[in-house]
Design a protein around this ligand. Structure first.
Ligand code: SF4
Length: 173
């Protein structure tokens, strides 16, 4: 692991970044650094994702920390989770940079309570349009896998807003 700045580290691995993240959070839960992780998980119908609070490490294998789509902004999921206060669990949340910014703004408005929340993010290659994904989930999972595994930072397949996004990098947070 190489420290790059006070905002992040590089985890060297030949595995898919999502496998690395699942393993990282599994170990963090095992060591009780976090009691739970809020992460996207594919819905049973297979054509969308939902934000799921995972307290059992066995369920991490079904989660996708970098989902191809954004059915709702993660800040909205976090707002719902913390609407009654911080709760007892130390929770890690993996969000895209734009979702982190939204969460910080909602925190300023007292709509999110971050007392027991740790926000984590990553350099983001974008998200696919919902309507494209719903039309053919398998094809779009493949497209997004290639974006991630081939380090494609200018994909023609991502949402229009992602094509013009200039705050996709962790160093901009
Ligand atoms: S590219 Fe920018 S707008 Fe698109 S999901 Fe990533 S951070 Fe959000």
């Amino acid at each position: 692991m190489n420290k790059t700045s006070n905002k992040g580290v590089i985890i060297n691995s030949d595995d898919d970044v999502r496998v690395v993240l699942r393993n990282f959070f599994g170990q963090a839960m095992e060591k009780q650094t976090f009691d739970a992780v809020l992460m996207p998980m594919k819905v049973p119908s297979g054509d969308s994702y939902a934000w799921i609070l995972i307290k059992d490490r066995d369920f991490l294998s079904d989660a996708n920390p970098i989902a191809p789509i954004m059915p709702i902004n993660a800040a909205v999921a976090l707002k719902k989770l913390t609407r009654k206060g911080s709760g007892k669990l130390n929770i890690a949340v993996v969000m895209r940079p734009c979702e982190i910014r939204a969460a910080i703004e909602l925190t300023k408005l007292n709509q999110i309570n971050l007392d027991k929340i740790t926000l984590l993010s990553y350099d983001c290659a974008g998200a696919l349009p919902m309507q494209d994904y719903i039309a053919d989930p398998a094809k779009n999972e493949k497209i997004f896998n290639e974006i991630i595994s081939d380090d494609i930072w200018n994909s023609k397949d991502v949402k229009p807003v992602c094509k013009i996004c200039d705050k996709f990098a962790l160093c901009n947070l």
